[in-house]
Design a protein around this ligand. Structure first.
Ligand code: GZL
Length: 312
């Protein structure tokens, strides 16, 4: 009846409409673009007003954005930290202002009482999965690996290197002969791969590329082809993210394996914030997302079709 309807409409209007600031790194990769798309979609679906700031890969822009969110008195802050160090003072300021901060997809080296929770994958494990795939692929053959690292000083670049090295340690036939940052971008990935091929006399002795993300791998595949070598065969290609374009490369036989990273970090972040803002419920300090290995055996064309419209 009318009373029940009135009560229901009151309850609806009582839902907290939150204003949340999101300091995003930039759009260096397809994966990052998808994370941004999904964060807007998740906010929209929950009636959250999202204030979005793109830092163009610069930490000082992220710190400025956080200070602006604090000055505006937002209800909460999402931060994807471009590098792991240098966050203590601005996180202290957020804590002083009693504004909860949730980290997305990368970690900071600040103490964990300076953020509510962090949503991300086990980045070391991702590197281990990539390394274990290569160990399985080469067996006892001698394999010289070149490595395209992510952004210097970022937690994925540090941890994915560690994980890969864990997996290949004890296999003396596999060694990393060159390793350099490609800053998670296609352009730099291609440039650095070109320099690896030149430095190695054309690359006949390079057995595999390990790239910390698919975008650098896609750029490197271009360089390998331009050097007259067959990516996926002459040089095996293993990377991380599982963006649509790596599945197109796999379908063409030009890439071999990728480790999936979900771009939906915002869903779990908003869930944790909702519970915290409603009644102070404290989430786990780390909300871990799953990693999954994909290879050429997993119908890459079909996976491409599934992923191609998800905002990458
Ligand atoms: C990893 C994330 C990385 C992606 C890259 O959690 O921070 O940043 O793997 C992106 O594509 O640049």
């Amino acid at each position: 009846g009318a009373t029940a309807l009135a009560a229901a409409s009151f309850a609806g209007s009582a839902a907290i409409s939150q204003t949340i600031g999101f300091s995003q790194i930039g759009s260096e990769s397809g994966w990052r673009a998808a994370e941004t798309t999904l964060t807007h979609q998740e906010a929209e679906a929950r009636g959250i007003e999202l204030k979005f700031a793109d830092a163009q890969q610069k930490q000082e822009n992220q710190i400025k954005a956080l200070r602006s969110f604090i000055a505006q008195g937002v209800d909460a802050i999402l931060l994807a930290p471009v590098v792991a160090t240098g966050w203590d003072s601005v996180l202290e300021e957020a804590k002083e202002a009693e504004i909860p901060v949730v980290l997305l997809d990368r970690m900071v080296d600040s103490s964990d009482d300076l953020y509510l929770t962090a949503v991300g994958s086990d980045l070391v494990h991702e590197g281990e999965v990539a390394g274990e795939w290569l160990v399985g692929a080469v067996g006892d053959e001698q394999c010289n690996v070149v490595e395209l690292q992510g952004t210097t000083g970022s937690s994925p670049a540090i941890d994915r290197k560690t994980g890969f090295e864990n997996a290949i340690s004890g296999h003396d036939n596999i060694s990393i002969i060159r390793s350099q940052t490609g800053d998670f971008t296609r352009t730099k990935g291609k440039e650095v791969m070109e320099s690896f091929l030149k430095a190695e006399g054309g690359g006949e002795n390079i057995c595999a590329l390990y790239a910390h993300n698919d975008d650098m791998a896609v750029g490197a595949i271009q360089a390998i082809k331009e050097a007259g070598l067959q990516p996926g065969e002459d040089i095996l290609v293993v990377s991380i993210d599982a963006v649509p374009d790596i599945f197109q490369a796999m379908a063409a036989g030009e890439a071999n394996a990728t480790v999936e990273l979900t771009p939906n970090m915002a869903g779990p972040a908003f869930d944790a914030l909702d519970a915290y803002l409603k009644d102070g419920t404290m989430p786990e300090k780390f909300i871990q997302t799953e990693s999954k290995l994909y290879t050429q055996d997993d119908d890459p064309q079909a996976v491409y079709e599934q992923k191609k419209d998800l905002g990458y």
